[in-house]
Design a protein around this ligand. Structure first.
Ligand code: WT7
Length: 667
């Protein structure tokens, strides 16, 4: 009887507790619904989603280290770690003492499972050539190429530069470096010889892997030629390996240049993976900062691989049958994490496409999706807005019904583009994961988990489990709008800037102090706690999702003989997100025949890359400067965006603004 009474009481307790919970919920509901319907995620998607319960967020909050320790079991370790995290801001060590190999986790471990015979990569060249590689094919190729690298003297810790188009050998090159413990530094194939040289020199790379060329919009990109120009300035490069891709003649030098296919013929078939410490560097990737010099972002092995592997699972809700297509180039962090390490460590099948979207016609992406049955598409807002501009007719002729999940990355996605992506591409059945992260964060930080998070068009939603973000106002207090910071360390965080400790501290940690990571992004939070990213708040601009620093472009401009001074700003652009506008002051005695504007644009392309080509160059007599000589880019932005001019009191000569305004609005 007593037992029964106890039981009843207990039952009542259980009944009352959720009841009181829901009472709170009801009063809250008017403001912020706790369980709103998920209008953008179908019931069918939710029911089939890998993650359906928000317990994962609670678990991560309760004990972050235990949470990350559990996640680290997604990898194969040769030796377990001694400590999950050692955090001496701004220095983090994750899984210290643990031993593993990133390539082993992407390939070897699948050799014992049925993934061995699964397609890892469907590759299609711009001209329609095709190749497919199973995990075993890739494993064999990587073992051999690892031996090739070793035979040319590459050792653990050496830096290897990779300057390639989107071809399977690029994946082989990257994984082979990881296999032997060499540090890869991939340079986007669209970068100029000068940009390549700067990166090689900074990283002190020993070997360069390139190709005879690549295809882009039906034309050949002469990579080998650019590589040759670059390494004339780089005595550190002892050997160059050249992949035959275009079959066009290139200049090969006897001692230094080697054909990939020749070396591969001789290479032994097996190469054991190097046992790497969790904190050993996996790669260096250069990205733009706020000065003219790019930063070599350092990522290490253990934490990075945990971040890459787990975020791929959470955000893309991956299934063994998925055909995944991330359109990013391997030269960017998205290519590293969500073309190479994340998908391969998870044994996914993916499409790798070499060319541009409108070659030979604007229906190319949709034809590819139809042909390969792509289920997950991960691309950039600038691409989505371009597809929107091209019009639906290019899509209508293709069957893209295989798609089940869509992703966005690289810049804020405007709600209009989001809705178009959702309706026209996703046919209202694919959730959209808007993923916010950076080269520095290594993996996705803020994004929906599609089976759990209700979506809002234009919002990256919430930080992922184990990630803590805050928005701070000018006073450094938590606020609903201001500067986005990450308040606790995470496994895939950068470990430094190569050869520049002071810059690492200054760029990310000293802005606010207290161990918070400064992202450089502006953000807002709505009543329901959703994050809305609003763009950079520093001198970095995002052009078609490409990250550029205004200072980098300015120094390319002033490098031109007739230019005295230059100021570069990003202005809103309907397709590209931001476009580059340069204000240039010429030297007084400079005389030029022909079109100076186009010559200067070409100069920037030669110095940096076509992605840095200014949209407009406006020649003026003087830049707006403070008495201490600081260029007021903010006022230039005000002029460009047609805003009322901000405070002009500190200017040496406020009248220069009138001239600039007239010039800007002239053409
Ligand atoms: C910057 C990082 C993240 C991989 C590709 C770019 C912007 C990135 C989003 C997004 C709003 C975004 C930020 C960030 N950004 N994703 N979903 N919504 N902004 O990497 O070249 O290092 O650029 O890209 O401004 O700081 P990145």
């Amino acid at each position: 009887m007593i037992f029964r009474l106890f039981n009843l009481l207990f039952l009542e307790l259980i009944l009352i507790l959720p009841l009181s919970d829901s009472l709170i919920a009801i009063s809250d509901k008017q403001r912020a619904p706790i369980n709103p319907p998920l209008p953008y995620t179908t019931d069918q998607f939710k029911e089939n989603a890998n993650l359906q319960s928000s317990d994962i967020f609670t678990e991560a909050k309760q004990d972050p280290e235990a949470f990350w320790e559990k996640q680290a079991n997604c990898l194969n370790w040769f030796h377990p770690w001694d400590q999950v995290l050692e955090w001496n801001p701004p220095d983090a060590k994750w899984f210290n003492g643990g031993k593993l190999n990133a390539c082993y986790n992407c390939l070897d471990r699948h050799m014992q499972t049925e993934t061995r015979n699964k397609i890892a990569i469907y590759w299609e060249g711009e001209r329609g050539e095709k190749k497919s590689l199973t995990y075993e094919d890739l494993y064999i190729e990587v073992n051999k190429f690892s031996n090739v690298l070793k035979s040319l003297g590459v050792q653990k810790g050496d830096r290897v530069a990779i300057y390639l188009p989107m071809i399977p050998e690029a994946v082989v090159a990257i994984l082979s470096c990881a296999r032997i413990g060499a540090i890869h530094t991939v340079v986007f194939g669209g970068f100029s010889a000068d940009s390549l040289a700067n990166r090689i020199l900074d990283a002190e790379a020993k070997l360069l892997i390139t190709a005879d060329g690549g295809f882009r919009k039906g034309k050949v990109v002469t990579l080998k030629e650019a590589a040759d120009t670059a390494i004339e300035q780089c005595p550190c490069i002892k050997n160059t390996i050249v992949i035959k891709h275009t079959d066009l003649p290139v200049d090969m030098q006897l001692e230094k240049d080697h054909w990939y296919h020749d070396l591969m013929k001789e290479a032994p078939a097996t190469c054991p993976p190097e046992e790497m410490d969790a904190e050993d560097t996996l790669f260096i990737l250069y990205t733009s900062g706020t000065t003219g010099k790019p930063k070599g972002i350092i990522h290490t092995t253990g934490g990075y691989m945990v971040g890459a592997t787990m975020t791929t699972r959470w955000v893309f809700d991956i299934k063994p049958s998925d055909i995944y297509w991330c359109t990013a180039d391997i030269g960017w962090i998205t290519g590293h994490t969500y073309v190479i390490y994340g998908p391969l460590s998870n044994g996914m099948t993916q499409l790798l496409y070499e060319g541009v979207f409108d070659w030979p016609e604007r229906n190319r992406p949709w034809q590819l999706i139809e042909k390969y049955g792509v289920t997950i598409l991960y691309t950039a807002p600038t691409a989505i807005r371009t597809f929107m501009k091209w019009g639906e007719e290019w899509i209508n002729g293709c069957n893209i019904s295989s798609l089940r999940l869509l992703g966005s990355v690289g810049e804020p996605i405007n709600p209009e583009a989001w809705m178009w992506y959702y309706t026209i591409i996703g046919k209202k059945k694919c959730p959209i994961v808007d993923t916010w992260w950076q080269t520095e964060t290594g993996s996705i930080m803020i994004a929906p988990i599609p089976g759990i998070t209700p979506l809002k068009p234009g919002s990256a939603t919430f930080p992922l489990p184990g990630i803590n973000a805050l928005i701070l106002n000018d006073l450094g207090e938590p606020s609903s709008s201001g500067s986005l910071v990450l308040t606790s360390p995470w496994p895939s965080m950068l470990r430094g800037i190569y050869n520049d400790r002071a810059r690492y501290e200054k760029s990310y940690w000293k802005q606010l102090g207290n161990g918070y990571y400064f992202t450089g992004d502006g953000a807002m939070k709505d009543d329901e706690g959703y994050f809305w990213l609003t763009g950079r708040i520093d001198d970095i601009i995002k052009v078609s999702g490409h990250r550029l620093s205004t200072a980098e472009i300015e120094s390319a401009l002033v490098d031109f003989k007739g230019v005295a001074e230059a100021a570069v700003i990003g202005v809103s652009d309907q397709i590209k997100g931001q476009a580059i506008v340069a204000f240039v002051v010429l030297k007084e005695d400079f005389i030029f025949d022909g079109s100076l504007e186009s010559t200067l644009k070409q100069h920037v392309v030669k110095q940096i890359s076509a992605i840095a080509r200014p949209e407009r160059i406006i020649f003026i007599y003087e830049l707006p400067k403070t008495r201490s000589g600081k260029i007021m880019r903010r006022l230039l932005r005000d002029i460009a965006e047609g805003r009322l001019l901000g405070d002009t009191m500190t200017l040496t000569d406020p009248s220069v603004l009138e001239e600039i305004k007239n010039k800007y609005n002239e053409d």
